[in-house]
Design a protein around this ligand. Structure first.
Ligand SMILES: NC(=O)c1ccc[n+]([C@@H]2O[C@H](COP(=O)([O-])OP(=O)(O)OC[C@H]3O[C@@H](n4cnc5c(N)ncnc54)[C@H](OP(=O)(O)O)[C@@H]3O)[C@@H](O)[C@H]2O)c1
Length: 318
């Protein structure tokens, strides 16, 4: 991991040229949204920006499966989902640890479960992504109607077999399992910049046993599966969104106050950083706005000092 981090640093530290600015991160006043009947972008913590419009076109209480839900991005996705009144199913290798990590994060983030989402709506399930599709189906989908899958899982060990099996094989099994379930309406997959086209510095991550290559193969697997399912009259995966973030290690939640997320078309971005919180917000915005996010690949890089933009509008424009 330490070796990987050393390589990842150029990827995560480089701010995109268009984002360089002399404005100080702390100079932006914090705007707090007021409570809306539909609770999109409700500001439960100071760092949240009112970036997306309150007009979601999905049912008010979707059931959402989050793989890697105990991870650093996963916790933030859970946070955003709770604020949308979703029922959340966190799939994790160690559900007890995932629960502790999520609860601790929510506490630290100042999420008030009475106002900002009832944490009892989160269920923690045992799940190892490397299991075959039939096992995943039984554990994750069989007895429950899952509406949306957000796959935020990622390898934590940079060994050749682990990278292949986690980033590609396991994802393919999850996608197969989700497709076997009747009526998963949206599969949102988090990958990375640089999965389908080489560019510096993101592409350097491929030195770690082709991690971006295998993430890219998983993207293609999802696209192909959705196309096959779309040809069916019902069931299967109805649509996908692929979210490719820039580096996640540099920026923290608080940076979302002064760094504005930007969405770009596929294969156009290769450097920069984005706070995990903003990646979570984009994933949840994609879920809330299926027409705007349908079968799209979006790349995320944040711009220091940039004016906040409406995620809905950015999704629609892609
Ligand atoms: N870090 C970056 O700079 C960066 C940049 C672009 C994209 N990404 C991608 O964004 C995603 C989230 O990144 P992150 O840094 O927030 O990740 P993270 O904190 O390392 O979380 C990864 C999660 O995946 C889970 N996981 C790993 N192997 C698994 C398996 N075999 N079965 C089930 N779960 C498994 C981990 O579970 P355990 O808790 O059990 O280990 C953990 O919850 C990843 O796909 C990552 O590759 C990261």
């Amino acid at each position: 991991m330490a070796v990987a981090s050393a390589f990842i640093l150029p990827f995560v530290r480089a701010a995109p040229a268009h984002s360089r600015t002399t404005r100080r991160a702390s100079s932006r006043p914090i705007r707090r949204a007021t409570r809306q009947p539909v609770r999109w972008m409700q500001a439960t913590a100071a760092e949240q920006q009112p970036q997306a419009r309150p007009t979601p076109s999905v049912s008010p209480t979707p059931t959402v499966l989050v793989t890697g839900g105990g991870g650093r991005l996963g916790r933030r996705i859970v946070r955003e989902l709770l604020q949308q009144n979703a029922i959340v199913r966190v799939a994790a290798r160690d559900p007890a640890k995932a629960e502790r990590d999520v609860q601790e994060y929510l506490r630290e983030a100042g999420v008030d479960s009475r106002k900002d989402g009832d944490a009892s709506r989160v269920v923690y399930l045992p799940y190892d992504a490397t299991e075959p599709a039939s096992v995943q189906y039984e554990k994750l989908f069989r007895d429950v109607q899952v509406d949306v899958v957000i796959d935020a899982m990622g390898t934590t060990q940079f060994r050749p077999w682990t990278v292949y099996s986690t980033e590609y094989q396991a994802r393919a099994e999850l996608i197969r399992a989700a497709s076997a379930k009747q009526g998963i309406r949206h599969f949102i997959l988090v990958t990375s910049l640089g999965t389908r086209r080489w560019g510096w510095p993101a592409g350097a991550l491929n030195l770690f046993w082709g991690i971006l290559f295998w993430k890219g193969r998983a993207e293609q697997f999802l696209i192909d599966q959705q196309r096959r399912d779309a040809a069916k009259k019902e069931g299967g995966l109805r649509q996908y969104t692929i979210v490719r973030p820039a580096g996640l290690e540099r920026l923290q939640d608080a940076d979302a106050r002064s760094w504005a997320v930007r969405l770009y078309p596929p294969d156009t971005q290769f450097s920069g950083a984005v706070p995990r919180l903003q990646v979570a917000q984009v994933c949840v915005a994609a879920m809330l706005h299926p027409d705007e996010s349908r079968n799209k690949v979006v790349e995320l890089v944040s711009e220091e000092g940039g004016a906040p933009r409406d995620i809905f509008e950015m999704l629609r424009a892609l």
